[in-house]
Write a protein that binds this ligand. Structure first.
Ligand SMILES: [Zn+2]
Length: 274
């Protein structure tokens, strides 16, 4: 076993997902031992955001949460839910509004409902003065247009799980969006183009995430028995990104963690214990 990677931050982990119900604490501890010292737990629905905050409360300085409604659940965003999200978003351990955005790949909510929920959450982020954690799939043009409309009012924004092409990346960087890279980059069938694109992302805008339990990196060796992704695999993703950028893992870890700490205004991590 090699030394853990210094100080990585997983900006997107769905720890409130049912698949972690039985062993959440072990998952957090395995990640910490692998060098993942801070994690932002994604809130994707009202209930999920409540749960993400409750988990964050159990890990001061180590665990943080977002509060938002994923486009899949956009139909749930009525006035009551929006009010609840606002009070969650004002909690100190909630470091971003989201995940919010547009998903025209699955279309689980009608597109006009998705767009309205997206506008409302960007307005919410502006009101509470926190950055946004953005989801976009197969919806680039509408998404970019809506972000552009609100961009000047937002203190910061990250396009999480970026999987797009060069033109889309340029567009996001022009909008001053930070970019979240997941284990999608480890998938030679559909993520190979990211090995080249990841070189174009300025270090100050590059963030790392697992999106666990989704997106288990395809090239883990040996292959884990379970298909469930975990934050402990973030150093593997970081190593792939570092190699693609011609950097050492330490350089990438330092710049990505600094970028995440700045964007989400995270405090220093708890002191390391063996
Ligand atoms: Zn997402």
């Amino acid at each position: 076993m090699t030394d853990p990677t210094p100080g990585l931050i997983d900006i997107g982990v769905n720890l409130s997902h049912d698949s972690f119900a039985d062993d959440r604490h072990a998952v957090i501890e395995h990640a910490r031992r692998a060098g993942v010292i801070q994690m932002i737990i994604t809130g994707a629905s009202a209930a999920g955001s409540r749960q993400a905050l409750a988990l964050a409360h159990a890990g001061p300085q180590q665990l943080f949460a977002t509060a938002g409604v994923h486009p899949h659940h956009a139909t749930e965003l009525n006035a009551d839910v929006l009010g609840e999200l606002e009070s969650l978003a004002r909690e100190p351990q909630v470091v971003a509004v989201g995940e919010c955005g547009l998903d025209y790949f699955r279309d689980f909510s009608p597109r006009d409902v998705q767009r309205r929920a997206f506008h409302q959450q960007l307005e919410l982020a502006a009101r509470v003065g926190k950055p946004v954690f953005l989801h976009e799939r197969e919806a680039h043009d509408d998404f970019a247009a809506i972000v552009r409309e609100h961009r000047a009012t937002l203190v910061g924004a990250v396009a999480h799980c970026f999987t797009g092409n060069r033109q889309q990346l340029d567009h996001y960087l022009q909008l001053d969006l930070a970019i979240g890279i997941t284990g999608w980059i480890c998938d030679e069938r559909r993520g190979g183009h990211l090995l080249e694109l990841v070189r174009e992302i300025p270090a100050a805008a590059l963030h790392l995430e697992t999106d666990a339990p989704y997106l288990l990196p395809r090239d883990l060796a040996p292959r884990p028995a379970s298909r469930r992704n975990e934050p402990r695999y973030l150093p593997h993703i970081a190593a792939v990104v570092a190699r693609a950028r011609g950097q050492t893992l330490e350089q990438l870890a330092a710049s990505a963690s600094a970028a995440s700490r700045r964007l989400f205004r995270l405090p220093a991590p708890p002191a390391l214990s063996p």
